[in-house]
Design a protein around this ligand. Structure first.
Ligand SMILES: [Zn+2]
Length: 248
């Protein structure tokens, strides 16, 4: 599974996962890195942060929420550990809330919670670049983590679509052209998904019945190996949870 780290004008955005440390470090340590930035606390984004801090001896930054979570990161599932490797607790991340600058560029930090509560995008308005972390990934998704919020993802997609950008530097699936078209497709998919789940829910169907009615994949192997951390059922449950929160 691929995850991208981006290097621009001395700034390294995200550090890849620790299971690929040898390969990642063999490339990244050749770069003139002056500062590090982590988009959110997931293990495929910060897995080599400590190793890179030790190597470069440069400051590491993150959005304040992320820096706080990284002091004592939540436990990850067996499947995440197997795929990516672990997240190390890290007390040496400098919190930022507004922006991060390099010699040539200034990136606004845009909170885009939903996939992770601490996730931010980096927006360079003069260049039309959006480093969107895991906001996009693909035009649709078939499963998600237990803690994800579909309603927040919808809201974050709308926030991102209101920005003036062309290039979508997604952490898993960059789109050099038509970044907005792809992000809009993801929004359309999630809005449709959300409304369908709400409709079935109001008719009294259980989350599992809704999953089956919507023909969502059951992914027994993934649910089993992840202990339920990753599943399509999580997407259904997230909508029902979000809807109850919105109503109260
Ligand atoms: Zn993530």
């Amino acid at each position: 599974m691929y995850v991208y780290s981006y290097f621009i004008d001395g700034l390294l955005i995200d550090t890849g996962h620790s299971n690929a440390r040898k390969m990642i470090l063999s490339h990244l340590t050749k770069l003139p890195v002056e500062q590090l930035f982590i988009t959110h606390h997931h293990e495929d984004h910060n897995g080599n942060l400590k190793a890179l801090q030790n190597h470069f001896k440069v400051p590491a930054y993150a959005y304040t929420k992320c820096a706080n979570i990284m002091k004592n990161p939540p436990k990850i599932s067996f499947s995440q550990w197997l795929t990516w490797g672990k997240t190390d607790a890290n007390q040496n991340i400098i919190p930022l809330d507004k922006e991060i600058s390099t010699n040539k560029y200034t990136f606004q930090l845009i909170p885009i919670p939903g996939h992770a509560r601490d996730m931010v995008a980096l927006f360079e308005p003069n260049e039309g670049w959006l480093f969107s972390a895991d906001l996009y990934i693909y035009d649709y998704i078939k499963f998600c983590l237990r803690a994800e919020s579909i309603a927040q993802q919808i809201s974050s997609l709308k926030t991102a679509l209101a920005l003036d950008f062309e290039v979508l530097f997604c952490s898993h699936n960059p789109k050099i052209k038509n970044g907005k078209v792809h992000l809009q497709r993801k929004l359309d998919f999630l809005e449709n998904f959300y409304q369908t789940v709400v409709d079935w829910h109001h008719q009294g169907y259980s989350p599992k019945q809704i999953r089956d009615k919507m023909n969502l994949p059951k992914q027994y192997w993934m649910r089993f190996i992840s202990g339920g951390a990753l599943s399509s059922l999580n997407m259904v449950k997230s909508v029902i949870r979000d809807e109850a929160m919105i109503k109260t």
